[in-house]
Design a protein around this ligand. Sequence first.
Ligand SMILES: Cc1ncc(COP(=O)(O)O)c(C=O)c1O
Length: 437
Amino acid sequence: MSNDIKEKILSLVSEYADMYHKPRTYKPGDKLSYSGRVYDNLEMVNLVDSALEFWLTSGRFTDEFEQKLADYICVKYCSFVNSGSSANLLAFMALTSPLLEERAIKRGDEVITVAAGFPTTVSPIIQYGAVPVFVDVTIPKYNIDVAQLENALSERTKAIMLAHTLGNPFDIAKVKAFCNKNNLWLIEDNCDALGSLYTIGGTTAKTGSFGDIGTSSFYPPHHITTGEGGAVYTNNPLLAKIMRSMRDWGRDCVCASGQDNLCGHRFDGQFGVMPTGYDHKYVYSHFGYNLKATDMQAAIGVAQLDKIEAFVKARRHNFEFLNTALSSLSSKLILPEACECSVPSWFGFMITCREGVNRNKLVRYLEENNIQTRMLFAGNIVRQPCFDSCEEGNDYRVIGDLKNTDTIMNDTFWIGVYPGLDEPAMSYMIDTIKTGI
Ligand SMILES: Cc1ncc(COP(=O)(O)O)c(C=O)c1O
């Protein structure tokens, strides 16, 4: 009986989604978002299915989502979390675990990164009391200038933490070789690059699988969405264990939500100076957080992951469409370029205005004409108010003059390539850019 009711509800939800959440085709006057959710009845059915089950915290959909995402990226371990920022926090903090012994990042140790990007790639480093070392980027790839890595290295360097900017992979071959040579950890912030490919030594793999840890965001503009959500992934069993512990309050026990005594030794253990047999569920091997997401979010993600190949294909197609049409403006605008050995899964289409074209005027014109634009997030993060209380040389270091990073802050913006944009929409974007410069 209850199954009959559930089938009826889910069938009605499906009908409702088909009726009221139809994908829109472009009509003149529509506002063109830089990105957004793309979904159909399957996401809504999964969401309601999970709601009817009312498990709420991580459960069967979370297990399925983590396995599917790990399979997609080709990594062994994956943990679903409540945002990309939480994923970055967890990835960085895992590297401070005492379980890593002499390789653990300590306060005052340095992490090489870039200043042109999203703030929460950098904030865990600062919050912990480690020192970000900012290296300039190159234009038009918008990723770290690997020629400056040696200058950034010091005796205290422990890790490199970088995003693949707007889906364009950084020079993974050089960065990884540098990490291997100097015994550094590598965190790939893969939040904007799900599905990007990179080839090293004849082997092609997904970004996020090259570093020690990869991170994802599933906030609605991203390649797939769970509303709020993110993930960390790794092939390293120790890092996977540390991240699970820190995600789940810092606990030592690995029982899932609602599970007790999986190992059969819940009341037998001896942990340091604690009383013998203290309930293992309440033994804390780390100072942790609770960064878990809900099963309802995972339920949406399971349906989204079935569509990832189509999403990535559409993003690549839209990028090429814009790139071809805007190439006639290359004397006025610098157009983006993919990193060597990569096939990006683009998050957006980056444009840098050459001398004589005013970025702010162009952006305002596009916005007034219903085309949503975005900056490359913080621009040069060192110039943001959050850095006012930080002291250069002490709280952070800068290599060189960050000239290109400043160019990005002053002259760069980006527009969308997401699957919700059809060719008439992009043709309108192209015509408007042409009249606006
Ligand atoms: C490169 C990068 N890292 C991290 C994040 C943070 O993700 P979230 O918004 O899910 O916290 C974002 C957000 O868009 C991002 O672009």
